[in-house]
Structure formats: C-alpha cells, structure tokens
Design a protein around this ligand. Structure first.
Ligand code: ARG
Length: 270
C-alpha cells in the first residue's frame, strides 16, 4: 500500500506540474493576445522587439529625398528608411534637424542613423560609419536665366549660395574661397537669395536643384556635372551591429526591387 501511495503522490505531483505549465503558457498567450489587439505585435518572436523604435536624423528640406507635405515627412529617404525599419521589425521615428547637426546627433546617440541624401566623404568617414550606397547624387549649379555664368570656371569671383555643411558648401569654399560663399540653413533659402540677387549661383545636389528650379520661375541648371557622389546612411562609428542590420536590409530591398521602385516614384526618367 505504501508503494501505491508513493506512486499516487508522484502522479499527482506530475499532474500539478503539467497543469502549471499549461496555466503559465495560457498566461503568456493572453499577454500576446493583448499586444496583438493593440497592434503592437503580430507574433511571439516580433513581440519582444516590436517596441523597437529607430530614430532617423534628417533635414527634411531636400526634395525629393526628404521634405514635408503638410505635417508629414515624405521622400525617397523616408520611404527607404521606413522599409528598412520594417525589415528590422522596428518603427521609424523621423527627427528633423539642421543638416550640419545630423552627424553630431548620430555620434552622441540621440538618433540611430542619419539619412539625408548624405554624401559619403573621407572626412565624414572619420566621424561616422556609412552603409552601402543606395543612390547617386551630382552637384549642380543653378543660375538665373540669361546669367553670364555658363560653366564652372565662370564662378570665380562670383557670389555662391550653398546649404551649410553640405558637400556643395565644402567644394565652393575650397575652390572659390569662403569669402565668396554664403551659407544658408536650407537649400531653399539659398534659392530665394539667388532669386533676390543676393548670390549669383547656388551649388546643390541635382535632384533638389531640379525641384527648386521647377518651383521657381526664371532659374536654370547649368549643363555641367560638377561632382558625382554616393549617398549612404550614417551610423555611429563602431556600431557594427546596426550597420550590418541596415546593410542586410538594403541588400534585400535592392534585390527585390523595392529601392528602385521608391526612387522611380520620385524621380521620373527623362
Ligand atoms: N549630398 C550633400 C551632402 O551630403 C547634400 C545633402 C543635403 N541633405 C539635406 N537633407 N539637406 O552634403
């Protein structure tokens, strides 16, 4: 009989443990279901990382890469970043700032990455790490219609408007002297200055140049490719984990045609 009691005890113990497991699992499932209701998580694996938010530092005054339509951020970079975030199971938060604050913001961890039609340069590579390049830019020169500036050399001694801290700013200052260069917070402000006659030319990336010329009468883009550049995403120096994640996402989004489709949506083939 004693033996029987022992066996009974064992069976009971096992049964209770099994019950506990089931109960615990049920509890977990309930939590998961709740999260699903809130639209926070779609499945158990994502549930843990679904609260992940990645912050993108940008300067949303650079159409067609990033700009605002009312209160909404739109553009090539915004859409590519949204697709990357989705690949990472994260939500994208766009943090709009001056262009020349982006690298500092990424460096001090205030934001996770910088994406702003940002050109890869050796100098910047000393401050941040860059992902694969996802687009190409060309520095262009905007002048008023009928201007006597018809090529790059004719910029010598002229007043040049640029966006502060951009490669256009760096080239113009290096080649034509900082005294001849006026830096504006936004490319659009440089264009307004050009229309008002405060500067004789504006150096800026080709696609924003096209957008600005389209939006302002009486301006033309010189038919000259000043400098061809690669755009990439900047992450904090040494953050190889995020760099690898973004690169893997970029590779996938390139291979499946997502990046091309986003670019084609904003830049119509000529
Ligand atoms: N490609 C240029 C650079 O890297 C200009 C980028 C300006 N981007 C912007 N969102 N304002 O310097």
């Amino acid at each position: 009989m004693k033996k029987f009691t022992k066996i009974l005890a064992l069976v009971l113990a096992l049964a209770m443990t099994a019950f506990c497991f089931a109960a615990c699992n049920d509890e977990k499932k309930e939590n998961k279901a709740e999260e699903n209701d809130k639209g926070v998580a779609s499945d158990a694996i994502v549930a843990d990382s679904s609260d992940r938010v990645i912050k993108m530092a940008t300067n949303a005054a650079f159409p067609p890469y990033e700009y605002k339509e009312g209160e909404e951020f739109v553009g090539i970079d915004i859409e590519i970043a949204t697709a990357i975030a989705a690949e990472l199971g994260a939500k994208l938060e766009v943090v709009d700032m001056e262009f020349d604050s982006i690298i500092t913001s990424v460096d001090n961890g205030e934001t996770d990455f910088g994406m702003a039609g940002m050109t890869v340069t050796d100098e910047r590579k000393e401050q941040v790490d860059f992902t694969y390049s996802y687009a190409t830019g060309v520095q262009s020169i905007i002048v008023p219609e009928g201007s006597d500036i018809t090529d790059i050399d004719a910029l010598t001694g002229k007043k040049i408007g640029v966006q502060l801290g951009t490669t256009g700013d760096i080239y113009a200052s290096d080649e034509f002297g900082a005294d001849n260069v006026t830096q504006y917070g936004k490319g659009a402000d440089a264009v307004i200055a050009l229309k008002g006659g405060d500067v004789d030319a504006v150096i800026i990336d080709n696609e924003p140049a096209k957008a600005f010329v389209e939006a302002n009468e009486g301006l033309v883009i010189l038919d000259t490719d000043y400098a061809v550049e690669d755009y990439a995403i900047a992450v904090k120096k040494g953050n190889t984990e995020l760099l690898d994640e973004i690169n893997a996402a970029l590779e996938k989004l390139t291979a499946d045609g997502t990046i091309d489709a986003i670019i084609a949506k904003y830049i119509k083939a000529e």
